[in-house]
Design a protein around this ligand. Structure first.
Ligand SMILES: C[S@@+](CC[C@H](N)C(=O)[O-])C[C@H]1O[C@@H](n2cnc3c(N)ncnc32)[C@H](O)[C@@H]1O
Length: 256
């Protein structure tokens, strides 16, 4: 059984995604992004979808809207961008209002598990969101239903090694309330949901390189030394989890 949407939303808005912590993450990832690689990585991934102009895309867990804005502005796509965190969406709405993309990007407060779309999207795109969702079977079925026949699903996500995990990693995952799969568990689940898997790739080495670049960014930020110290510590811990513990980063590309 999935948790009620309101419970998950308050968990996100009062925990990992308070307004202050979102803005702190954004300093590191770049304007309008809260995920590894910021705009550069998003551009590479959107290109992979090879969508024609005016194709319809769903950005699941759009955060501040960075990917959705890129899709509309640089790729001429029509984007429905949904997120469960009101804090994220409030900021995304402010940012959208400063663009001229309001008729191409549609922001909506929506739990991805509660989507009702059917055969509607040419592609579903999502960046580092599914770690928050426990019922991945229901999630993938819902997204498959939302896609048109032959529609594409592309996402990155925090993943893990097979259990048993090191104690520090278990404690971290519990404290964040994350629900992680191994890369091969994701592949199996995509297949059993009826997707054709094009790619299910361990991107952990790329993740480490991105963390190194992000650490450089943190060093150069004009911020209070206490904030810099906290961010540096967070990033060192993150790198230790991928280098010495059980955290992985996966890229998944599949078609309906
Ligand atoms: C790490 S952030 C990534 C944001 C954005 N995709 C990006 O690349 O900047 C994860 C996002 O997933 C959203 N999220 C978590 N659970 C969700 C759900 N059930 N439905 C929709 N969005 C969700 C969070 O509110 C948050 O904005």
């Amino acid at each position: 059984m999935s948790k009620p949407t309101g419970t998950t939303q308050s968990f996100l808005d009062s925990g990992q995604y308070t307004r202050d912590s979102i803005l702190r993450y954004e300093l590191v990832y770049g304007t309008n992004f809260v995920s590894p690689g910021g705009a550069r990585c998003a551009t590479q991934l959107i290109k992979k979808l090879r969508l024609p102009a005016c194709a319809r895309v769903l950005d699941v867990g759009c955060g501040l809207g960075g990917s959705a804005f890129l899709m509309a502005q640089e790729f001429n796509l029509d984007v429905d961008a949904i997120d469960l965190s009101e804090n994220m969406l409030a900021l995304a709405r402010e940012r959208l209002a400063q663009t001229e993309l309001e008729n191409r990007v549609h922001l909506k407060h929506q739990d991805c598990l509660e989507l009702c779309a059917q055969d509607y999207y040419d592609a579903v795109y999502s960046r580092d969101v599914f770690l928050h969702v426990e019922d991945k079977q229901r999630l993938l079925s819902t997204l498959k239903t939302a896609l048109k026949p032959s529609g594409k699903l592309l996402f990155t996500d925090y993943c893990c090694d097979a259990k048993p995990w090191q104690e520090d990693f278990s404690n971290y995952v519990d404290s964040r309330g994350y629900h992680l799969l191994t890369i091969s568990e994701y592949r199996t689940l995509l297949n059993s949901t009826g997707f054709t898997v094009i790619e299910a790739k361990d991107m952990t080495e790329d993740f480490i390189q991105l963390c190194e670049t992000e650490l450089d960014t943190i060093n150069k930020l004009q911020i209070d030394p206490i904030d810099r110290e906290a961010l540096t510590k967070d990033w060192h811990n993150k790198m230790a989890r991928v280098r010495d513990s059980d955290q992985r980063w996966g890229l998944f590309f599949a078609s309906k």
